[in-house]
Design a protein around this ligand. Structure first.
Ligand SMILES: CC(C)(COP(=O)(O)OP(=O)(O)OC[C@H]1O[C@@H](n2cnc3c(N)ncnc32)[C@H](O)[C@@H]1OP(=O)(O)O)[C@@H](O)C(=O)NCCC(=O)NCCS
Length: 173
């Protein structure tokens, strides 16, 4: 499998992303979340992975302030992320996540939050320990965070998820 090109989305990618998310998740919920984020103006940025001219993965990042007693941490939510079934386990997800974290750092985010598989996200620096003082509609080992900077204050406070997440709350990426 060739190495995917990671880039920002183009409008013409969206029908392919819809079909790809449907195949990856077996549901329309993730694409609906993505659409709602975009409609609400809450989609920070969307990265796509392209292989041989085809969109084979996508990862969305949106503003998720952590509203604490002492500071508001500028965090980003990573969700949804999906890879075409026939391309899974070939490094596409990892390439999207690594590029997304770099882009978040560039855009001044201090941390990234994800709800997903601990064994997978640990390799990118995410941990449940870093998220344990975040108040979110979800908690437990699948809620993970990674600080992007040595100066990032402790992640303590209420996670202000964009409204799109209140429609589809229970998810794993
Ligand atoms: C999760 C996902 C984004 C990862 O992207 P990817 O390109 O397949 O993964 P990568 O090639 O970067 O990494 C492969 C690793 O991911 C792990 N992984 C993939 N899916 C996983 C899962 N469901 N649980 C735990 N680990 C998983 C693989 O075991 C593999 O681990 P290894 O490197 O230790 O062998 C992708 O598999 C996907 O879109 N899956 C479908 C969505 C999904 O999981 N749906 C379930 C909904 S609950």
């Amino acid at each position: 499998m060739s190495k995917p090109t990671i880039r920002f989305d183009k409008p013409t990618d969206w029908p392919r992303i819809e079909a790809m998310f449907h195949a990856a998740f077996g549901s329309d919920a993730e694409f609906q979340l993505l659409q709602r984020l975009r409609e609400d103006g809450d989609l920070g940025f969307l990265l796509t992975a392209e292989n041989d001219g085809d969109v084979v993965g996508a990862a969305a990042f949106s503003e998720l302030p952590i509203d604490g007693p002492e500071a508001i941490v500028r965090a980003a939510a990573l969700a949804p992320i999906g890879v075409a079934p026939e391309q899974q386990a070939g490094g596409v997800g990892a390439a999207l996540i690594r590029a997304g974290l770099a882009q978040c750092r560039k855009k001044g985010f201090e941390a990234v939050i994800v709800l997903g598989y601990p064994t997978y996200y640990r390799r990118f620096g995410f941990s449940a320990a870093a998220a344990e003082h975040i108040e979110a509609p979800w908690s437990g080992p699948n809620l993970m965070a990674v600080a992007l900077d040595d100066e990032t204050p402790p992640l303590v406070g209420v996670a202000r998820y964009p409204a799109a997440f209140s429609v589809e709350v229970k998810r794993e990426s």
